[in-house]
Design a binder for this molecule. Structure first.
Ligand code: AMP
Ligand code: ZN
Length: 462
C-alpha cells in the first residue's frame, strides 16, 4: 500500500516518495494572527493534521518534521494595533494564544516548528541579498522586487501565463516595477508601522519571502510537501517557489508535492473575514462538540468545496453518536486487533479519502454490533486503532454522551440513576417513575441495558 497524493504542480495523483524517509518534511502556510480563526481557516489545519498523523504512522513520529508558520507582520495586524493603541506584539500574542487553544480543541497536534516572520528577519534579508546577487531581484525606490522575467517557470504552478496575470489584474502595476508581474520582496514601512534595518533601507518584508525564508531555515530545500488553501496557489505559492528556486540556484526543487485544500463555503460564497460571513472556531466549540466539528471538516474530500451548514454539524454529531454508541455497548468485548483496518488505511492512502475512511468506521461499528464474537473483537480493536488516525474516538465513550454536562450535573444524574436502580430493586415503582421524571426534566435520556443504565444529554429543543 503506497501513499498517493494529488500534486497541484504536476496536476496528477502520484506515489509519495520522500527525499529522505528518515526526515520527511511538510510546510503549511499558517494564520495571520489579528483576529480569531474562523472554521474555514481551520480546514487546512485539520486536513494537514491528518496528513501529519498519517506520515508519522508511515515513517515514525520522530522522522516527520512539520512546520506551520505564523504571519505576525501584516497590514491588518498593524491596523488592529493602531486601533487599540498597543504594540503589534500585544495583538499577535493574544490571537496566537487563542489560535493554539482553538486548534487544540479541534484535535490538531502542534506542528514540530512554528516559525514567526518577526523572528526570521535575518534569514529573510539574507535571502533577498542572494536573489539580488543572482540577478533575480532588483532594488528600486526603497523597494526590492523579484524579477519574474528571469524565471522561465514562472506561472507553472498556477497554470497562468504572464499575460493572463496582467489581463486578470491580479498583479499591481507600480512605477518602480520593471514588469507588472514583478512582486515585492522588501518595501519601506509607512509611518507608525514596524520597521527593520536592512542593506536595502529600512522597511519590512513582503509576505511571500517570509514563507520561503522560514521554509529554508526550518526545514531546508527541497521539502516533501507544501500545503495550504487553494486561494494561496496564486500569487503566494507561485511567488514562493520562484524565489526559493532562484535563491538556491536553478535546478533546485522547492517542494515535491503541492497540496491544496478546497474552500469552506457559506451558501454560494467562501467563508472569509473580508466578506464578513465567518463563524469563529472560538464560538463554535462552545455550541457543538469539537470532535463533531472536526468530523464535519473531514466529511468532504479535502480538495472539494465544503458547504458549511447546521446540517453538516448535526450529521457529524449523529455519526459520532453511532460510533461511540457501538463502543459504549461493547464495553465487555475484548479487542483483538491493534491496527486500523485495511479498508480504512486504503482510503486514507488514496489521497486522503476521508469520506471513504469515515464510511469504513461505520462498517466497523456495524460489525462490532452485529458480528460473531470473533468479528466483534476484531472490529472493536480496528475501530479503536483507526479512529485516532483521523483524530477521532480517543475519549471514553461515556464522556461523548455526557459532553455538555458539567461535573455538578454529572454527579446529580449519576446519583439519580443509582437511586432509580435501588427503587426498582425494592419494587418501589412510584419512586422509580418519579426519578425518571426528574431526569427527563434535566434533559437526560437514560438508556437501559443488560449491564446497567447509561445516559446522555438530549439535544435542547430547537
Ligand atoms: P489566512 O489567515 O487568511 O492567511 O488563512 C490561513 C489559511 O486558511 C490559508 O491556508 C487559507 O488558504 C485558509 N483559508 C482561509 N479561508 C478559508 C476557507 N473559507 N476555506 C478553506 N480554507 C481557508
Ligand atoms: Zn506561505
Amino acid at each position: 500500500m503506497t501513499l498517493r497524493l494529488y500534486d497541484t504542480l504536476t496536476r496528477a495523483k502520484r506515489d509519495f516518495v520522500p527525499v529522505d524517509p528518515a526526515r520527511v518534511t511538510m510546510y503549511v502556510c499558517g494564520p495571520t494572527v489579528y483576529n480569531y480563526a474562523h472554521i474555514g481557516n481551520a480546514r487546512p489545519v485539520v486536513v494537514f493534521d491528518v496528513v501529519f498523523r498519517l506520515l508519522r504512522r508511515l515513517y515514525g513520529e520522530e522522522h516527520v518534521l512539520y512546520a506551520a508558520n505564523v504571519t505576525d507582520v501584516d497590514d491588518k495586524i498593524n491596523l488592529k494595533a493602531a486601533q487599540e493603541g498597543v504594540p503589534i506584539g500585544v495583538i499577535t500574542d493574544r490571537y496566537l494564544t487563542a489560535y493554539h487553544a482553538d486548534m487544540a480543541k479541534l484535535g490538531a497536534l502542534r506542528p514540530t516548528f512554528e516559525p514567526r516572520a518577526t523572528q526570521t528577519m535575518d534569514a529573510i534579508i539574507a535571502m533577498i541579498e542572494r536573489l539580488i546577487a543572482a540577478g533575480a531581484a532588483y532594488a528600486a525606490q526603497g523597494h526590492v522586487l523579484f524579477n519574474t522575467q528571469t524565471y522561465a517557470d514562472y506561472g507553472k504552478l498556477s497554470g497562468r501565463s504572464l499575460d493572463d496575470m496582467i489581463a486578470g489584474a491580479r498583479v499591481e502595476v507600480a512605477p518602480y516595477k520593471q514588469h507588472p508581474a514583478d512582486f515585492v520582496l522588501w518595501k519601506p514601512s509607512k509611518e507608525n508601522e514596524p520597521v527593520w534595518d536592512s542593506p536595502f533601507g529600512p522597511g519590512r518584508p513582503g509576505w511571500h519571502i517570509e514563507c520561503s525564508a522560514m521554509i529554508e531555515q526550518a526545514l531546508g530545500l527541497p521539502i516533501d510537501i507544501h500545503g495550504g488553501g487553494n486561494d494561496l496557489i496564486f500569487p503566494h505559492h507561485e511567488n514562493e517557489m520562484a524565489q526559493g528556486v532562484c535563491a538556491d540556484g536553478h535546478g533546485t526543487i522547492y517542494a515535491n508535492y503541492w497540496l491544496h485544500n478546497g474552500f469552506l463555503n457559506m451558501g454560494a460564497q467562501k467563508m472569509s473575514k473580508s466578506l464578513g460571513n465567518v463563524q469563529l472556531v472560538h464560538d463554535l466549540v462552545r455550541e457543538a462538540p469539537p470532535e463533531a466539528l472536526r468530523w464535519a471538516l473531514l466529511s468532504s474530500h479535502y480538495r472539494q468545496p465544503l458547504a458549511w451548514t447546521d446540517d453538516v454539524i448535526a450529521q457529524a454529531k449523529s455519526a459520532l453518536d453511532t460510533l461511540y454508541g457501538a463502543l459504549n455497548r461493547a464495553g465487555d468485548v475484548e479487542a483483538t486487533a491493534a491496527e486500523p483496518s485495511e479498508a480504512f488505511l486504503d482510503a486514507l492512502m488514496d489521497d486522503l479519502n476521508t469520506p471513504k475512511a469515515n464510511a469504513e468506521l461505520f462498517a466497523l461499528a456495524k460489525r462490532l454490533e452485529t458480528g460473531s464474537p470473533a468479528e466483534r473483537a476484531l472490529a472493536k480493536g480496528q475501530l479503536l486503532a483507526s479512529g485516532p488516525l483521523l483524530g477521532f474516538l480517543q475519549g471514553v465513550p461515556q464522556a461523548w454522551f455526557h459532553g455538555g454536562a458539567d461535573a455538578d450535573l454529572t454527579a446529580r444524574v449519576d446519583a439519580l440513576i443509582a437511586d432509580r436502580i435501588a427503587a426498582r430493586a425494592a419494587k418501589d415503582w412510584a419512586r422509580a417513575d418519579a426519578i425518571r421524571g426528574e431526569l427527563t426534566a434535566l434533559n437526560i435520556e437514560v438508556m437501559d441495558s443488560a449491564d446497567g443504565a447509561t445516559w446522555k444529554l438530549k439535544e435542547p429543543a430547537a
